[in-house]
Design a protein around this ligand. Sequence first.
Ligand code: OGA
Ligand code: MN
Length: 213
Amino acid sequence: MDTSLLTEAIPFEENLQFESIISDLLKQKYSICDTFFEDQLVHQLREKLILMYHQSDLKKAAIGNKVNESIEKSIRGDYIQWIDEQGADSVEKAFFERINALKNYLNKTCFMGLLHKEFHYAVYPKGTFYKRHIDTFQNDDRRKLSMVCYLNDESWSPSNGGDLVLYPEGLEQIHIHPLPGRVVIFESQILEHEVKKVINDERLSITGWLKTR
Ligand code: OGA
Ligand code: MN
C-alpha cells in the first residue's frame, strides 16, 4: 500500500488557541494566554517545583550560556533547574505534550523550523529580579520563541511585585502580572524584557525556549 497517500489524507485540524497566539505574535511580537495548560497541571507543576525548591535541588541561575556563564546577582537572582524531557515524570510529560503540540503547529502553519527546546523551573525569592535583557546570546542565536508559564498560588497579588515587563520597540512598556497558569510567549531575538523585583512571597515559573537547528 502507498502510505504517502495516507498521510496526505489526514486533515489538518485548526486550533483556535494556537491561531490566536500566532496572530498576536505576528501583530505585536508577544502573546499572553491564560488557558494554555489545564489548571490541574499547573497545580501539579507548582507542587513539584515547591518540593524541589525545599530539597535545594535548584541552583543559582547564571548569565550567558555554557561557553561564557557567570553568576551576577546584580543582574538576576533566580534559582533554576533544567527539565530533562527524557527523564520527565508524568506531570512534566503532560507539560511537554502541550509544548510540542504548539511547536508542531507553528512548524506546520508558519514553517518556523523549531527543532529543539529547553525549559527550566525558576524560583525568584523575595527581593530578586532579572534586569532588562533579551534572550539570545552573542555566540548563539538559535532561540526563536521564549515561553514563560507562571506557577504562583491562586492568592498571588499584584502587590507581590515580580511583574514581567516587555519593551516593544517604539511602544509603551507592557506590565504582566505572573498569575497562576498564565503563559507569555514572545520573540526571543527582538523583545527586551525584565522581571521586576519580587516584594513578597516566592515567584514560581517554568521558562523555556523553542529553538532552530
Ligand atoms: C528569563 C526571563 C521572565 C519571567 O528567564 O529569561 O526573562 O517572567 N523570565 O520569568
Ligand atoms: Mn528573559
